[in-house]
Design a protein around this ligand. Structure first.
Ligand code: ATP
Ligand code: ZN
Length: 299
């Protein structure tokens, strides 16, 4: 008899059959069944994209200096992953890998792992000149990495994020955010997902970070769409609706056509979490999902 057997609940066993663990905690091989739902979700989100939205797909890595300049190291240093490589000629690299402590010979490259899909966008927008009077909208996505300290169901180290981003006047960005808080609830309903919207804050680092989080809450800069995963636990954030005000436009010198500083905002969809929420709600057998949900997800 095992001592202290781990008690597996319905969500654990569901997750175990959809996501195969790798040696890294919070890193999974995704099954075909899981991917079918993620692909259905991606197309569903595309069908609800607003007109005149520019599409960009980013790789899982981005410029380290751009992320530094965005203030990430100040706000979330605990979540950052860096890309390091062995450098040198053939003989030097051979010698390095022979060492027991070869990892300490790694040197940083100019790349980090993207922690959110929208970071690489702002410097690109700034490079393309002033923001036109009607504002700009983007559809971006990337695999993201965060060095999470816990790995409960739905908290991955590597996960996929899709975002719609708005750049324009403060009023345009606020209207975009308000529209999406409303629209997202309609989407959740179309998918049969139980949900609620709640004010939220980002996981800022340290004591100064706690103040930043409080101020973010006070100013209503972030909302989340939460889906219950386990009855006895707080619900899980599956989408977020963020106003950055002039944070990125100050860093990247983003101006509107009239010379005013631009504002930015984004709505983020956590694709892996949304898929898990759908399986948790409707079960593992796609044929038994409500017809409307299956139609909306194209299967
Ligand atoms: P949390 O409060 O759960 O840490 P967050 O506020 O840091 O999330 P955002 O930065 O708003 O999340 O990220 C956008 C979306 O990406 C989240 O709403 C969520 O769906 C998804 N996401 C964030 N972190 C993770 C993670 N570690 N694993 C899976 N999905 C995640
Ligand atoms: Zn964003």
């Amino acid at each position: 008899m095992p001592i202290n057997p781990v008690v597996e609940d319905e969500l654990d066993s569901l997750t175990r059959s959809l996501l195969l663990p790798s040696p890294g905690a919070g890193v999974y091989a995704r099954t075909g069944l899981f991917e079918q739902v993620v692909e259905g979700l991606s197309s569903f989100i595309t069908r609800h994209r607003e007109p005149e939205t520019q599409i960009l797909r980013f790789p899982p890595v981005m410029s380290r200096s751009q992320l530094e300049k965005s203030g990430y190291l100040h706000s979330f240093p605990h979540l950052l992953g860096n890309v390091s490589c062995l450098q040198g000629n053939e003989a030097e690299i051979h010698a390095l890998v022979e060492r027991k402590e070869w990892m300490s010979e790694l040197s940083s490259t100019e790349l980090v792992l993207s922690p959110a899909a929208c970071y690489p966008l702002y410097p690109m927008v700034a490079d393309s000149g002033p923001v036109p009077a009607k504002g700009l909208m983007f559809d971006v996505a990337s695999d993201c990495f965060r060095r999470e300290s816990t790995h409960e169901v739905g908290r991955f180290q590597s996960f996929r994020m899709r975002e719609f981003v708005c750049v324009g006047t403060p009023e345009q960005v606020l209207a975009f955010r308000t529209r999406w808080v409303f629209l997202a609830q309609r989407l959740a309903k179309l998918l049969g997902l139980p949900h609620q919207i709640a004010p939220a804050s980002d996981p800022f680092f340290g004591r100064a970070g706690r103040l930043a989080a409080m101020s973010q809450l006070e100013q209503s800069l972030k909302f989340e769409l939460l889906v219950p995963f386990r009855a006895e636990e707080p619900p899980t954030a599956c989408m977020s609706f963020n106003c950055h005000r002039d944070h990125f436009s100050t860093v990247w010198k983003l101006f509107n056509e009239n010379g005013d500083q631009a504002h930015t905002g984004c709505v983020a969809f956590g694709l892996d979490r949304l898929a898990l929420g759908l399986f948790k709600t409707h079960g593992l057998d796609l044929q038994k999902w409500p017809v409307v949900v299956r139609e909306n997800l194209s299967f």
